[in-house]
Design a protein around this ligand. Structure first.
Ligand code: PLP
Length: 389
């Protein structure tokens, strides 16, 4: 009884009271004010909407510390994150190009898969899901294969929550005269990115991750020269980054039905990001969430999968307790019934589950989740500290 009393789902942020808290990698818990910003109809050619799109594109560049007059562009594309990744891969790499895909999780593997579907030559370089790539790895691979023209890297590999050191990797790629393509889907907005110094051609993120908007679009931050080089090169119509950009630049219009409501919500989400202190403030809250989570889970006996050196602030991965009374589906359902949604694992190597730190949640919410996890472990009768013998 006592245990149940402490499971008061309390959020310091104004969310929608009836909704469960999402400890997931996206879509995420969003603020009530972000959702309220969608409660209207606006024509896609309306001047007000065109102005929202223009300002969102400008503000996204500013988050990466660049501007149009410094030679950078933003292209917004309808769809989920993968649509933007496919647009980048299928526009940027020419028919005689070759991609070095750095793969230490499911999202890196997805990039390699997309390239193969488009008939692009790929060298898929794999590491374990708990092992980051280094600049030395990349330098050696590039020195060994002069046919490689492009390198893809996942900033935060959401499969386990690992951070790849994109700045060091970018230096190795630039030093070898190759081009870098970055999937920063789950990091951008909470982990600093400086496109002015990074030297990447393209960097992709989406509306429903660290900027805490709703799903509906993806954005590609582009080096303008690299974007202009994509003219006429796209292998698809809908995912043509250059054509999409030209439309947005010429008359402020999307070529096809725009995600009006998602953009209205996102514009509000950017205001709330600014109010929190921008990327630094958002990153601080996520790191606090992460510290409370890891300390609390470790105290309960759970084992974190990633070594601390590669653990990012976005999501944490925990090994299944080796106790027959731990059944993930039951654990998940009981937590969900208490108002907390966690996430299944995505590792190929080991059975794990994941807990996200991103979205409109704070340390109080993480503490409430920890109390619910403790009570659920007791109710199911498993020992979180049971390890493989
Ligand atoms: C979320 C995510 C994506 C995109 O996934 P979608 O389901 O298409 O939105 C891509 N890469 C990473 C690292 C992600 O976290």
């Amino acid at each position: 009884m006592l245990a149940l009393l402490v499971i008061v789902r309390f959020s310091v942020y104004v969310t929608t009271p009836a909704d469960k808290l999402l400890f997931t990698p996206g879509p995420l818990t969003t603020s009530a004010t972000v959702k309220q910003a969608m409660l209207r109809d606006l024509g896609s050619r309306d001047r007000e909407f065109v102005e929202v799109v223009r300002s969102v594109r400008r503000r996204l560049l500013a988050l990466a510390n660049v501007r149009q007059d410094l030679g950078f562009e933003t292209v917004i594309l309808q769809g989920s994150g993968t649509y933007g990744i496919e647009a980048m891969i299928s526009c940027a790499i020419p028919p005689d190009g070759k991609l070095l895909a750095l793969v230490n999780g499911a999202y890196g593997a997805r990039i390699a898969h997309i390239a193969r579907v488009h008939g692009i030559a790929v060298h898929e370089e794999r590491r374990r899901e708990d092992t980051a790539f280094s600049d030395a790895d990349v330098a050696a691979l590039l020195a060994a294969d002069p046919a490689i023209t492009h390198v893809s890297v996942v900033h935060c590999e959401t499969t386990a929550g690992l951070m790849n050191p994109i700045e060091a990797i970018a230096r190795a790629v630039t030093a070898h005269g190759r081009r870098l393509l970055v999937d920063s889907m789950s990091a951008f907005g909470a982990v600093p990115v400086d496109l002015r110094t990074l030297g990447a051609d393209f960097l992709v993120s989406s509306s429903n991750k660290c900027i805490e908007g709703v799903p509906g679009f993806v954005f590609v931050l582009c080096n303008r020269a690299a974007l202009l080089a994509c003219e006429g090169k796209s292998r698809t119509v809908a995912l043509d980054l250059f054509a999409q950009w030209r439309g947005l630049e010429q008359d402020g219009q999307f070529r096809f039905t725009p995600p009006v409501h998602a953009l209205l919500a996102f514009s509000r989400a950017l205001d709330e990001l600014d109010a929190e202190g921008g990327v630094a403030g958002r990153g601080l809250r996520y790191r606090e969430n992460q510290q409370v989570l890891l300390a609390g889970m470790t105290a309960l006996g759970f084992e974190s999968y990633l070594p601390a050196a590669v653990q990012g602030p976005i999501i944490a991965t925990f090994r299944y307790p080796r106790d027959a009374r731990f059944v993930f589906e039951d654990f998940y359902r009981r937590l969900s019934d208490l108002g907390f949604v966690i996430y299944p694992g995505k590792l190929t190597a080991e059975p794990c589950f994941r807990v996200g730190n991103i979205g409109r949640i704070g340390a109080m919410d993480v503490s409430a989740l920890l109390a619910a996890i403790a009570a659920t472990a007791r109710a199911m009768g498993f020992d979180p500290s049971a390890r493989a013998s």
